[in-house]
Ligand binder design. Sequence first.
Ligand code: SF4
Length: 323
Amino acid sequence: MTIQEKPPLKVLLCSPRGFCAGVVRAIESVERALSVYGPPVYVRHEIVHNRYVVEALRAKGAIFVEELDEIPDTDAPVIFSAHGVARSVPAEAARRGLFALDATCPLVTKVHREAEIHHRRGREIVLIGHPGHPEVIGTLGQLPPGAVTLIESVADAKIFVPRAADNLAYVTQTTLSVQDTADIVAVLKRRFPAIAGPNKDDICYATTNRQEAVKCVAPHVDAMIVVGSPKSSNSQRLTEVAKRAGCARAMLVQRASDIDWNDFGAITRLGITAGASAPEILVEEIIGAFAQRYAVSVETVSAATEDMFFPLPRALRETQAAE
Ligand code: SF4
């Protein structure tokens, strides 16, 4: 087939997309630890939810574990993932004398501190988030059992029964749907007008901006690809946002090899975005796969400009300064 015979395909590329400042910091923390201390470097949980990133770090000498008890007694660094951990995890690392480096995103740590302050002020706390997600486990684990109630939906918010309705606060997971969270917060505020909380929610800038860009593109395309892992909360939300914004054919794809070409066929306009843990190289790979079948032209649609930067954890910063 010659180039001329390929059907035309306009790709609308969402911006911002892909890596956020917290993910860059987490990955650089592992890379930096590998270069300063040498392999192995232990990482508790996938440093970020992306198979490609995890495999690349594994090839350089990172060893991924789910719990500290999988790590032998060692001088090697142990890095906590960007999602954050319950207080019991650094406590256990300290008890065992492990050299822990915390790559928790500072925007997740901010939520931990908010929850702690509400608790210190005697407030009962509602956490809006998805059960089982590592960030939620970490936030729940900042406070004693029972101090925080997890709710996930408007239905949960409608039936939540607090211990004292006038002494409540809420915090949220950082990677939720902006719209769904606003709906849940609205129910809580209607039922409990005195509830304390952030201005709006704790959804981070990266999640918000990626969802905004998808909302700009989704109504104008025949299909939308979200590059990301099924484990990635913000990637899953991007797929939902695309569907809600008018693109019924929105799908999460990890690699070009995952694409089911039967899903596409006669499309003429395709949206592409990437979750905060998906590297740009995978976006390029997917555009390349479409370019083999279509005469692709790419236009970037920008919803926001980002310049967020988070410095490395202190111990790693000090190794930089010493160079
Ligand atoms: S998605 Fe947001 S909270 Fe999560 S690592 Fe990125 S910046 Fe931090």
